[in-house]
Write a protein that binds this ligand. Structure first.
Ligand code: ADP
Ligand code: MG
Length: 337
């Protein structure tokens, strides 16, 4: 393959902390210990997140895709230590998250918010939506009730709902409206980063676009960054500036959006894209992935994808490929390159 830019391009680093970096994670791991029997004999580790390094810039949308169980949610939760990382480093706005005290973590969870797939998980059915949002404000030290009331009204309007809805209960709203309320609650603290974990996956397709547009509008106004987790590549294409692909706890490809969709490098990415006819690069044929996703308890040797790869070579089961920059800002971990 002729790659003209190779001659002139000097590879940079994934992790050089630029001035606009908001989040930097290095060699992050989250293993779940699995035990068996009465004496809780340790059987092994589920390597849900296995050595991930990543940087996000202010105001950018990084789409994170991969099949169910590959570790996307665990990564999202580990970033704010809702799941305590096994090892690795996390810096938010230059501050070491791993070293944070409980008090500092509480503050961090104002600046980084998670929006979940199911808005009901963050809304108490017995509380009015106004009280739910208010609660988030109280937790984060907004002391004056009048300021809080005004803020609740402002937040509801920001997500396209009426301020008067504050007195209603979650069940009085549709799924899409509840997700708007979930977003309003997340915005209560003026976060700098929103981790959106499949935020539209449970919604009707017609409502998905409304919520995505809302999230984009808010982002433009507030300069937010999103880590946008989804198993749906069309959604990720719609919203992201960059896209990262995860497979069995690892990132296997990372690139700017257009580059990612026009010039996918990793065979796994190729297969994911080929599954969606409209995203298939150059009208290529559909690639069928062999077998099921292997267990993260006992991942394949070498490249974890080799058991399902349509371009597998002898080296792939022997040696783990290095995650490296192949083209400008385009990283992949594959022995083909
Ligand atoms: P995704 O969000 O990509 O679907 P998850 O992050 O939820 O994936 O899960 C990654 C892997 O970690 C899966 O194999 C899952 O079964 C496992 N896992 C997630 N949470 C736990 C937990 N609390 N205890 C043990 N295993 C877990
Ligand atoms: Mg998940």
């Amino acid at each position: 393959m002729f790659m003209p830019w190779r001659a002139i391009y000097i590879p940079g680093q994934v992790n050089s902390m630029t001035a606009s970096a908001i989040l930097k994670i290095e060699n992050l791991k989250k293993y779940y210990h699995v035990t068996a029997g009465l004496v809780a004999r340790k059987v092994g580790d589920i390597r849900a997140v296995d050595d991930i390094s990543l940087q996000m810039n202010q105001g950018e949308v990084l789409g994170l895709v991969g099949e169910s169980g590959c570790g996307k949610s665990t990564l999202g939760k580990a970033i704010i230590r809702l799941e305590e990382p096994t090892s690795g480093e996390i810096y938010f706005d230059g501050t070491d998250v791993i070293k944070m005290s409980k008090h500092e973590l509480r503050k961090l969870r104002g600046k980084i918010q998670i929006v979940f797939q199911d808005p009901d998980s963050s809304l108490d059915p017995r509380m009015t939506v106004g009280d739910s949002i208010d609660e988030a404000l109280i937790v984060h030290d907004f002391k004056n009730p009048d300021t809080r009331n005004a803020k609740v009204a402002e937040l509801l309007e920001k997500v396209g709902l009426e301020a008067g809805f504050a007195h209603r209960y979650p069940h009085e709203f549709s799924g899409g409206q509840r997700q708007r309320i979930g977003i309003a609650r997340a915005l209560a603290m003026d976060p700098k980063l929103v981790i959106a974990d499949e935020p539209v996956s449970a919604l009707d397709v017609s409502v998905q676009a409304q919520i995505l547009n809302l999230m984009m509008d808010i982002k433009e106004k507030d300069g937010l960054a999103y880590l946008f987790i989804s198993h749906d590549l069309s959604v990720v294409r719609y919203i992201s500036n960059r896209v990262a692909v995860m497979y069995l706890g690892k990132i296997v490809e990372l690139a700017e959006k257009n580059e990612f969709f026009n010039n996918p490098l990793h065979p796994y990415t190729e297969a994911l894209l080929s599954a969606i006819a409209t995203l298939r690069p150059g009208g290529k044929e559909k690639i069928l992935l062999k077998g099921d996703v292997p267990s993260p308890l006992n991942p394949p040797s070498g490249c974890r994808f080799h058991t399902r790869c349509h371009r597998v070579m002898p080296v792939c089961s022997q040696k783990e490929p290095e995650f490296k920059e192949i083209g400008p800002h385009h990283y992949t971990a594959c022995h083909l390159y």
